[in-house]
Design a protein around this ligand. Structure first.
Ligand SMILES: C[S@@+](CC[C@H](N)C(=O)[O-])C[C@H]1O[C@@H](n2cnc3c(N)ncnc32)[C@H](O)[C@@H]1O
Length: 246
């Protein structure tokens, strides 16, 4: 019965979003989404999202300096940097490499860089997190991912790359929205919105579960917790937050 309701409501939302589906069929939506809509949407969302998660982000990134190398440098790479939502939470002097497969965040990213002069920006790479071949093995102290694993092609492939580029003892920090408890109404609505949300928001999957991926990857230590971010009336309230040590 619940499954039939999901399918029916999903169909209703697909009807409402019919123009987007038609544009996608014509091959026009994806380029528009990547070039204009999604970078603009993320720039709008970031201030509000950071306000709601400021306390959690501050707490998450508090121990970043503990992972600095013996010269006191903290070499950090962010996957799916987008418009640079996390820069304000990194400690002064932190050396940052930004990576994202979508180069169209350029203007909002440049703005964030200019506003965060306490950091040293080293490189901006156009690269997906599944293939960071331009980054040497064991060359980083920290890798960060926020709201990215929902959109990647292979979570397992990303975690393998993260482990490759981290130094032994380096840390992977994450804050990701995830599938709600399967018995909840939140999960019901996530299933309803899933295909339309994925199409509109550049491949963002609502029902991914990252705990198993993180625990299966070969980290020596995984610290995580599930939290709820009060993004009312959205299907992305359930989050996973923490860090894993190589
Ligand atoms: C929702 S935005 C989050 C941006 C930023 N991390 C933040 O917290 O605001 C998702 C980002 O992931 C990027 N992305 C999508 N697929 C990716 C992949 N395979 N590897 C790395 N980043 C990816 C998108 O281009 C986009 O910048």
């Amino acid at each position: 019965m619940a499954e039939a309701m999901v399918l029916f409501l999903r169909f209703c939302f697909q009807l409402i979003a019919l123009p987007v589906y038609l544009l996608s069929l014509l091959g026009a939506w994806e380029p528009f989404c990547k070039k204009i809509f999604f970078p603009f949407f993320m720039e709008m969302l970031t201030a509000g999202y950071n306000k709601k998660t400021a306390e959690q982000k501050r707490e998450l990134f508090r121990n970043l300096p503990e992972f600095a190398n013996s010269s006191g440098e903290l070499r950090l790479l962010e996957i799916g940097t987008g418009s640079g939502a996390n820069f304000q939470f990194y400690p002064p002097g932190c050396q940052v490499i930004c990576t994202d497969p979508n180069p169209n965040f350029h203007s909002s990213l440049s703005k964030s860089m200019a506003q965060n002069q306490h950091l040293q920006f080293k490189r901006v790479l156009v690269a997906s997190a599944e293939d960071l071949s331009k980054v040497a093995d064991s060359s980083l102290d920290v890798v960060v991912s926020t709201l990215v694993l929902c959109s990647v092609q292979s979570v397992e492939g990303v975690l393998k790359e993260v482990l490759r580029i981290l130094k032994p003892g380096g840390a992977f920090y994450f804050l990701e929205h995830e599938a709600a408890a399967h018995s909840s109404w939140d999960y019901f609505w996530q299933q309803v919105y899933f295909p339309t949300w994925k199409l509109i928001f550049d491949g963002c999957c609502l029902t991914r579960d990252f705990r198993n991926d993180l625990e299966r990857a070969k980290f020596s230590e995984v610290n995580l917790r599930h939290i709820r971010v009060p993004l009312h009336w959205t299907p992305i309230q359930s989050h996973i937050i923490g860090y894993a040590v190589k």
